[in-house]
Design a protein around this ligand. Structure first.
Ligand SMILES: NC(=O)c1ccc[n+]([C@@H]2O[C@H](COP(=O)([O-])OP(=O)(O)OC[C@H]3O[C@@H](n4cnc5c(N)ncnc54)[C@H](OP(=O)(O)O)[C@@H]3O)[C@@H](O)[C@H]2O)c1
Length: 264
């Protein structure tokens, strides 16, 4: 991704719709979470970016800061409840009681035949893809401002079946279901909760996934995406919309951003 991404004129992004908005992004050290952080920063957000890889997070914050934005990072392995508790305490110390937007993009993938699915694999994926985002919301919900927004990055895998993805797909369906329940429960406080369901997008996760596919299978999979594979910016654009005031009447939504995969 070139530095031009930060140039509002060349990127065509004109809005500062997230000015003064305090936004938390998990999974910000890589791929989709990183692109979301950059995009929202261009649109004026104050960011707390979270991941495990301190160097990558530092590099992201430096890029954002050089481009005139604001971002701080917190390192956290989200797979443990005690770490999530410490993280939320740190967030509260930095931002007291005003969080406007929480974006849960951290996630992990697995590709296994059903005969190889072990309870450990289930626990591992459930912890990061479902329990961590749900637990962060539980721990931060009282700190969310009126009219706050939560965006969970699910996957089209949660609604479209693929052999080998049973564990991953189940976790992505689970976070989608959690999103709907949370939206119903929190609407009375004006808090919107939505899920984005990306199709395949070029990131380190997709590269890992592709190790399981032959060249022919990769081409076939790309064809099933009627508009081809996506980019991280495609997902960041969708998040920018759904998190913004323009989407103020949208909650509990499964926003499919998949280049037409689910139509094929
Ligand atoms: N790429 C796709 O085609 C695609 C399609 C549909 C949905 N998604 C979803 O999009 C989200 C982002 O995926 P991506 O493609 O951007 O993958 P990625 O490049 O591999 O990034 C994954 C992110 O999750 C973080 N993460 C993983 N385990 C963590 C842990 N234990 N604690 C804290 N952070 C952790 C990583 O942080 P560190 O590197 O710092 O550990 C990294 O920032 C995931 O939820 C994924 O399921 C991706």
């Amino acid at each position: 991704m070139g530095r031009n991404y930060f140039n509002m004129e060349s990127s065509g992004i004109k809005s500062m719709r997230f000015k003064h908005k305090r936004i938390i992004v998990t999974g910000a050290s890589s791929g989709i979470g990183r692109a979301i952080s950059k995009r929202l920063s261009v649109e004026g957000a104050e960011l707390l970016v979270i991941g495990r890889n301190a160097d990558q997070l530092k590099n992201l914050c430096e890029e954002i800061s050089t481009a005139g934005g604001y971002a701080k990072f917190l390192v956290c392995d989200l797979s443990k409840e005690e770490n999530r508790k410490t993280l939320c305490e740190s967030i509260s110390e930095i931002w007291h009681d005003k969080i406007d937007i929480l974006i849960n993009a951290a996630g992990i993938y697995s590709m296994e035949a059903i005969r190889n699915n072990t309870p450990d694999l289930w626990y591992q994926l459930m912890e990061i893809n479902v329990i961590a985002p749900a637990d962060l919301l539980s721990k931060l919900v009282l700190k969310l401002a009126k009219g706050a927004v939560v965006v969970n990055i699910s996957s089209v895998a949660g609604i479209v079946a693929t052999p080998g993805s049973s564990v991953y797909a189940s976790t992505k369906a689970a976070i989608l279901s959690f999103t709907r329940s949370a939206a119903a429960e929190l609407a009375k406080r004006g808090i919107r909760v939505n899920a984005i369901l990306p199709g395949m997008v070029k990131t380190p996760m997709m590269e890992t996934m592709f190790r399981f596919f032959t060249k022919e299978q990769q081409i076939e999979l790309e064809k099933r995406h009627l508009l081809g594979f996506g980019t991280v910016e495609d997902i960041a654009s969708a998040v920018s919309f759904i998190a913004s005031h323009e989407a103020k009447w949208i909650t509990g939504c499964a926003f499919v951003v998949d280049g037409g995969l689910s139509l094929s």
